[in-house]
Design a protein. Structure first.
Length: 273
């Protein structure tokens, strides 16, 4: 038999084998054996911070195969910042898990309302406002108290409405107030590089909260000196959040990135199939 005939016979056998396997492969796809794509994790920082604070959390999540985006929060007000985030989310295909730290929690609460692609909210020592509630009012929930408003430094910014200013935490108080469980040198640099938030953001009423319709998780920082832990527990209970408490400062995503990443992972795998 010539080589040409032998090659032709081998090709016929291979074609028959492929056709025989095709229905089985089709059945695997139909039965949904192929895993669903992982949701995109969108990390939203709060006031007096920036996206770099999520570095270790993001690294742990990408190591688990999640696409991660750290959103640059304008820090102008919960409703306008939420609209900015909503437009950002519109550019992402597939399901999204929103994670907010501190004031970022107020932003995700508003941005996710009515968005069918957001499957879960994760609050990391964060504000989870009810409709009409502002930041100052939330600090009083649960009977707690914060000193942060006694340690603000204000500076003007272009286009500010009368009476509005950019607010920073006094760098002299920042290490002991925001990040007391971080190395001193790291806390001092965070103080020097902090992003300010507009004073108006403290008193702007929030809109309809997404946590009324979406499952949520909450990380309570038991040594928080920015948002009282009592207020964090009250907000988590009100939202029906699955709650984890940790002995941490307000900078919990920096001091306990593994725990925060685990909570986000649990939220993602529970709500996205």
């Amino acid at each position: 038999m010539s080589f040409k005939h032998r090659a032709g016979g081998l090709l016929a056998v291979l074609v028959a084998a492929v056709l025989a396997l095709a229905p089985a492969a089709d059945a695997l796809t139909t039965r949904g054996v192929a895993p669903a794509p992982k949701p995109t994790i969108v990390l939203v920082h709060g006031a007096f911070a920036d996206s770099s604070g999520w570095a270790d959390v993001a690294g742990k999540l990408t190591g688990r195969g999640y696409p991660v985006l750290a959103f640059s929060n304008p820090l102008r007000g919960p409703l306008s910042d939420a609209e900015y985030l909503r437009l950002f989310l519109d550019t992402i295909d597939g399901p999204v898990v929103l994670v907010g730290h501190s004031y970022g929690g107020a932003v995700i609460t508003n941005a996710a309302t009515g968005d069918p692609d957001v499957t879960a909210l994760v609050y990391v020592a964060a504000y989870a406002p009810a409709a009409g509630e502002n930041i100052l009012a939330m600090n009083a929930l649960g009977g707690g108290h914060t000193e942060v408003t006694d340690h603000l430094v204000t500076r003007p910014f272009p286009g500010a409405q009368p009476g509005d200013m950019d607010a920073y935490i006094d760098p002299a108080w920042f290490p002991q107030g925001f990040a007391q469980d971080l190395p001193r040198a790291e806390a001092r640099f965070l103080a020097a590089s902090q992003r300010p938030g507009a004073l108006a953001a403290l008193v702007t009423p929030s809109g309809e909260p997404a946590w009324e319709d979406l499952p949520s998780w909450y990380v309570v920082a038991k040594q928080d000196r920015i948002i009282p832990p009592e207020a964090e527990r009250a907000m988590a209970a009100r939202a029906g959040s699955k709650t984890v408490s940790v002995d941490s400062s307000h900078a919990v995503m920096i001091s306990h990135p593994g725990l925060v990443a685990d909570v986000v992972h649990n939220a993602a795998r529970t709500t996205v199939r």
